[in-house]
Design a binder for this molecule. Structure first.
Ligand code: KIV
Length: 272
């Protein structure tokens, strides 16, 4: 067997190196082959198959109904489209909370069956043992603190976390514990910019912010949000880089009109 690594895929070593060099890390979510191929061709560093899948693709109100089978199905599709980016699969609700053993079994399925190179888990010190077990088995883990949407009913809504000093201290402690447990990076979601900056300076692993300000080592957005596919509301932390909702509506209306007036298919799109 050749010892040469022919793959150009980013590894967790590349990601950690970027923090050391001060190079910002780019992450977007994807849920299928079509979008993951585009992100990969553009040179995105990491693709997260987020359990936001439940809300932006499957139409649920929260991420809680998302299952392991949903996540495996979509991770397979994403990984077929992206040969260069590091692919991280989100561990869905109840796939890791029950026991470290179940967490390891489920994390392993993403690498063995779905082509991911890492998994992401929400939460702090209560999951340190699970993170340690998974990383000890050779599976990279991205941690996730701040707003953790799988705990939405306990948190009481999608709101900024760590505004009060005691809450901020808990997030700082959770982040440190996740680093000690072996996580290779950590998502900071909806926390004040100053808190995210403090955590970023105190950790040796990269922080990836979403609604956490400019001082994180990298940024992640939900791809449907940044492409403007969803037009009901735009959260404060989302910058819309396109308005695909409008573009798609324009195209579909043109198609409907062309078919109704018999101008499609024309000679160019028909066979003799
Ligand atoms: O599920 C998801 O897309 C996420 C990101 C928002 C970090 O967890």
């Amino acid at each position: 067997m050749s010892s040469q690594n022919k793959s150009s895929r980013k590894t967790i070593l590349d990601i950690k190196k970027m923090k050391e060099l001060g190079e910002k890390i780019t992450v977007l979510t994807a849920y299928d082959y079509a979008i993951s191929s585009i992100l990969d061709e553009c040179g995105i560093d990491m693709i997260l198959v987020g359990d936001s899948l439940g809300m932006v693709v499957l139409g649920y109100d929260t991420t809680l109904p998302v299952t392991m089978e949903d996540m495996l199905h979509h991770t397979k599709s994403v990984s077929r489209g992206a040969p260069n980016s590091l692919i991280i699969a989100d561990m869905p609700f109840l796939s890791y909370q029950v026991s470290p053993e179940l967490a390891l079994t489920n994390a392993g399925r993403f690498l063995q069956e779905a082509g991911a190179q890492a998994v992401k888990m929400e939460g702090g010190k209560e999951y340190a043992e699970a993170v340690h077990k998974i990383t000890s088995a050779g599976i990279p883990v991205m941690a996730h603190v701040g707003l953790t949407p799988q705990s939405i009913h306990q948190i009481g809504g999608f709101k900024v976390q760590g505004k009060k000093e005691d809450a901020a201290l808990r997030i700082i402690e959770d982040a440190r514990i996740m680093e000690d447990a072996g996580a290779f990076s950590i998502v900071l979601e909806l926390v004040p910019e100053k808190l995210a900056s403090e955590i970023t300076k105190s950790l040796s692993i990269p922080t990836i912010g979403i609604g956490a300000g400019i001082h994180c080592d990298g940024q992640v957005l939900v791809v449907n949000d940044m492409l403007g596919l969803f037009d009901k509301f735009t959260p404060k932390h989302v910058k819309k880089y396109a308005n695909l909702n409008q573009e798609i509506k324009k195209a579909v209306k043109n198609y409907i009109s062309d078919v109704k007036i018999s101008s499609f298919p024309d000679a160019e799109h028909s066979f003799k």
